[in-house]
Design a binder for this molecule. Structure first.
Ligand SMILES: [Fe+2]
Length: 357
């Protein structure tokens, strides 16, 4: 039912964008400058690896900073046209036409209205207010149209809250980068812009590699554990459940968001010490003898020994050790191996203990 409204919505957005562009160019003039071609190449290069579709909400992080000098020096009509035409990747040509048109229209509207907002609050004479305002309008229009488009398209609902939080978090960085591109361009012309852009891309590639490396590490750990536990799929499922519930519990406990992903590694590792316990004890049915129980209860400390061999990043290491070493401690001090009590037990270990149970 909703799906029926997607095409009319897209056409309406397209007409809106076109009207805005024609209106702006009549009121402000529309002169061509050869530098715009360089901007166009940068915009397309930047977008090529990121297809902006109605389900991909965070694909415009570097777009606004690149549009900002256009908006300042070439005015609102060019900002709008360049966003429509430049923020495109070759993969997008394969999208169905309504989605393609929607992307062009929503970016054109977002950039055009953002440029108008920039000028309305004083432009360059009031840069400290006008720049964040332009970014805010750009983000708001883009997100707003996206949420509505997604609703009409009948896709799974976007997580609006986390999407808005995500974009709010990027606003200071985007504003700073927009400022940097603007200053580089205004002082050193197009060469300044190119220099700033490529320095930024180099830094970002480094951060991206770090992100890839962390994903890679988690997948290697999972593969390793999967191999180890191949004979006991239930145990693997248990570890995955512990990772899943730990993260949710940690989020509910207001654990710092940037540490949440560490729960993946930490939860997969928490029982790693059991690899050092003999099968006769691990798989024994019935009660364990006192000595056997003692050996079983040594798995947290054996886990920590095991972890000394694993080259985890220092930021993760402490947390993984805390979880591995203390996930059998109990709040009333009756746990093991160190009979820690209450808040002596690290929060992450208490979280995993609950998920484990
Ligand atoms: Fe355990």
């Amino acid at each position: 039912m909703r799906h029926k409204f997607f095409k009319p919505y897209v056409i309406l957005c397209g007409i809106g964008a076109l009207t805005l562009q024609i209106g702006l160019s009549i009121s402000e003039g529309f002169t061509f400058d050869i530098r715009l071609l360089v901007f166009l190449v940068l915009l397309i290069m930047n977008s090529h690896y990121r297809v902006i579709s109605v389900t991909n909400a965070n694909a415009f992080s570097l777009n606004f900073p690149l549009l900002f000098p256009i908006l300042v020096y070439f005015g609102a009509p060019w900002a709008s046209v360049m966003a429509s035409v430049g923020l495109i990747s070759l993969d997008e040509l394969e999208l169905e036409w309504p989605v393609f048109l929607f992307n062009r229209a929503s970016l054109g509207l977002a950039a055009g209205l953002s440029a108008v907002a920039f000028q309305r609050v004083g432009g360059l004479t009031n840069l400290a207010i006008a720049l964040p305002m332009a970014l805010f309008v750009y983000t708001l229009v883009n997100h707003g149209l996206l949420i509505i488009g997604n609703y009409f398209r009948g896709n799974a609902p976007l997580e609006v809250g986390s999407m808005l939080l995500g974009s709010l978090k990027t606003i200071p960085a985007s504003a700073a980068l927009a400022g940097l591109f603007y200053v580089s361009y205004s002082h050193f012309d197009i060469l300044g812009l190119l220099g700033a852009y490529f320095v930024f891309i180099t830094v970002r590639s480094g951060a991206f590699l770090g992100h890839l490396e962390s994903n890679y590490r988690v997948s290697v750990i999972k593969a390793l554990l999967r191999a180890v536990y191949a004979k006991d799929p239930d145990l693997m499922a248990h570890l995955e459940n512990v990772a899943y519930y730990s993260k949710r519990l940690a989020k509910a406990c207001h654990y710092p968001i940037w540490k949440l992903n560490m729960f993946d590694e930490a939860s997969y590792f928490h029982d790693i010490g059991k690899l050092d316990i003999s099968d006769a004890i691990l798989k024994k049915e019935g009660r364990l003898s006192r000595d056997e129980l003692e050996e079983m209860r040594s798995h947290p400390l054996r886990g920590i020994e095991f972890l000394k061999e694993v080259p985890l990043p220092t930021t993760h290491k402490k947390m993984v050790e805390n979880i591995t070493g203390s996930h059998h401690e109990r709040y009333d001090g009756t746990g093991y191996p160190l009979q820690l009590k209450g808040e002596e037990i690290p929060l992450e270990a208490r979280i995993v203990a609950v998920a484990d149970t």
